[in-house]
Design a protein around this ligand. Sequence first.
Ligand code: ZN
Ligand code: ZN
Length: 212
Amino acid sequence: MRWTEDRLRALRQERSTRTVRQMAEEQGITRQGMDQLLERAKQLPIIVGERFSRLTVMAEAAVPDCDRVRRAFRCLCDCGSTSTVRPEKLLSGRTKSCGCLRADAALKRAVRMRMSPERRSEIARMGARVSQGGSKNSASINIAGRRFGLLVALRYEKNRTWLCRCNCGVEKILHGAHLRGGRTKSCGCLRQISPKDRARVLAEAEADALDE
Ligand SMILES: [Zn+2]
Ligand SMILES: [Zn+2]
């Protein structure tokens, strides 16, 4: 079977909704084989009309980054908003919507965690704010509404720290870099759980983050 550009593009589109294993099974090939195909698909240029999750590419654009201008694409989101996204974010699947997907997920999570209505709307608002690409300053990396282990980032505080809420209900101010690096996964309560149960508790919490 020949893997034409069109078929490879279809694969990279599917990647946002399926795991590599599922895709390999459907095509009757090995996971390694699928990894190779996806790698090839990634090399193809992005074209107008191509879809990445909720985003459809409308035109090539450019975003200023420090003192240079970088390539990007103007995209139309299923919700009707537009946003400009860097190609590597589209290809890696890191950006799947104008921000509405994250806002939806963050809101669902806030409801599940029984947060107050004020806190819920705050999270939805911050989650939707798409971080302006290009800055190297980690203070500007927007993690509002994102889950890290048992923690959900609620609000930027100062000096690169975020107010977080743990599944146990405790709120704590933590370093954004520690959250993103996987060093901090709970308010501290995880340490009181036996190592045997810890993995299960974390897996349950993180399954929650997959629908983002
Ligand atoms: Zn949207
Ligand atoms: Zn906790």
